[in-house]
Design a protein around this ligand. Structure first.
Ligand SMILES: [Zn+2]
Length: 346
């Protein structure tokens, strides 16, 4: 009798501990296996869409500085060709894309350049640091637009690297900068070309193209295009999310521990002026959001968001039209994926 009583107590304790394990936290959270499967699915969706493209339909013009490091030149030209395959699935035939690879030695040329002079002021502090032997592992986005100039409407993408750099001296993040800048050409094409006006205010621009979409989804694409395979893709994420978790000045990276926190953060990240750390956080947080979108709705679901930009009057309308859900629903559904990213660290 006594033994049976003990067994009953032990059984009850077991049942309670099992119930304890399936409490809401366990239901709401994403397992590591599910998290990784979502990432791999997004990677494969992006790569399959790229492999269906034909870079030959575009006209690529290269402007490359004689001072540009030769091994980096090879890597970035190969990336420009590969990214062109994906870009070719968005742009019409014979569209012109200019690819720029410059160094600090081209500072005065950049300052005089009709297109590249736009951001010329922001490079000076980097050039000064490079000359002092600092921060030479960083490359800088130089152009990332589909825009109108004396050449007509054309794509412009490129970067600046330190003239004394080489592939081994660059930080890991540098490997995806060219595909990232190049993909902005595609985003801009559907946002700007047929609208044919310059944005009267940043607030209006952000209403159509919030930072998590512009910077974030360009990173989703560039991480998949700049890595050789799934293993490298996951490894680049491990490096990047690890770096973000130690970046204490960006408060958002400490506000990713529950779906509710993530939804609040995503709403704040709809405009760079909402908080001073929005811009920096929008890359990593946005790229995880669109990684989830691409895994869930396929690359063609994401393609709709890009292409519908011209058909709508806000990002909220775009998400409704493209995915058939509200922005709030999008954030709520994707939130567990973002929580998992910061929990598992990749
Ligand atoms: Zn960007």
């Amino acid at each position: 009798m006594r033994i049976i009583k003990y067994i009953k107590i032990i059984t009850l304790a077991l049942v309670f501990s099992l119930i304890g394990n399936v409490q809401p936290t366990a239901i709401a959270s994403t397992s590591k296996k599910t998290y990784e499967a979502t990432k791999i699915k997004a990677f494969n969706e992006i790569r399959n869409a790229t492999d269906r493209g034909n870079a030959q339909i575009l006209k690529l013009n290269y402007e490359i500085s004689a001072s540009f490091p030769s091994d980096l030149r090879k890597i970035y030209m190969a990336q420009a060709r590969y990214t062109s395959k994906l870009v070719s699935t968005f742009l019409p035939e014979n569209e012109v894309v200019n690819i720029y690879l410059y160094t600090e030695k081209d500072a005065s040329k950049i300052a005089r350049h009709e297109i590249l002079s736009r951001d010329a002021g922001s490079f000076q502090r980097w050039f000064d640091e490079w000359r002092q032997g600092k921060s030479q592992e960083h490359n800088l986005g130089l152009a990332a637009w589909y825009t109108q100039s004396s050449l007509g409407w054309q794509g412009h993408a490129g970067l600046i690297a330190y003239s004394g750099a080489n592939a081994k001296s660059m930080r890991r993040y540098a490997i995806q900068v060219l595909p990232h800048e190049y993909f902005h050409v595609v985003q801009d094409y559907y946002l700007n070309k047929e609208r044919d006006f310059s944005w009267p205010s940043y607030d209006l621009y952000a209403k159509y193209s919030p930072p998590t979409f512009r910077e974030g989804s360009a990173n989703t694409i560039s991480f998949a295009l700049a890595t050789k395979n799934v293993k490298e893709y996951l490894s680049l994420y491990r490096y990047f999310i690890g770096e973000k978790k130690s970046q204490k000045e960006v408060k958002f990276f400490e506000e990713m521990s529950s779906p509710a926190e993530v939804v609040t953060a995503l709403k704040l990240m709809e405009n760079n002026n909402n908080r001073q750390d929005v811009h920096e956080a929008s890359y990593a947080v946005g790229q995880l959001l669109y990684e989830w979108v691409i895994a869930e709705y396929g690359f063609d679901g994401y393609r709709k968001i890009i292409q519908n930009q011209i058909k709508v009057d806000s990002f909220a309308e775009n998400i409704q039209l493209s995915l058939g859900i509200s922005v709030d629903e999008l954030y709520n559904k994707a939130a567990p994926h973002l929580v998992a990213a910061f929990k598992y660290g990749y």
